[in-house]
Write a protein of this length. Structure first.
Length: 103
């Protein structure tokens, strides 16, 4: 099953990405570590193959501070390994907590 992600971000104080807006403009290729909460905004049934596809949307999203980057990366790795049932190799993770700047 696949899941889509809505491009709509939460409004007001629930959208923590605003604190890095200038950083995103200045260096679009740079990655930022964030944490978020999602819910389901819609469920679509494809009539050609019967696939049911949920679309998730962020209810809240926040940028992780430099001081918390390693802990957040560890949680992300643990969740990914639990979902996949095997340890990730360093190259598979594709992100290093040392790359995080503070907002």
């Amino acid at each position: 099953m696949s899941t889509k992600l809505s491009s709509r971000l939460p409004k007001g104080t629930a959208n923590g990405l605003d604190v890095i807006a200038q950083d995103l403009i200045a260096d679009p290729a740079r990655r930022h570590l964030v944490v978020g909460i999602v819910d389901c905004t819609s469920v679509t049934t494809r009539h050609d193959n019967g696939a049911v596809v949920p679309t998730a949307q962020f209810c809240r999203i926040e940028v992780v501070a430099v001081a918390d980057a390693q802990a957040a990366q560890d949680l992300l790795r643990q969740a990914s390994e639990a979902r996949q049932g095997s340890p990730l190799l360093p190259l598979e993770f594709g992100y290093d907590a040392a790359e995080v700047d503070s907002p």
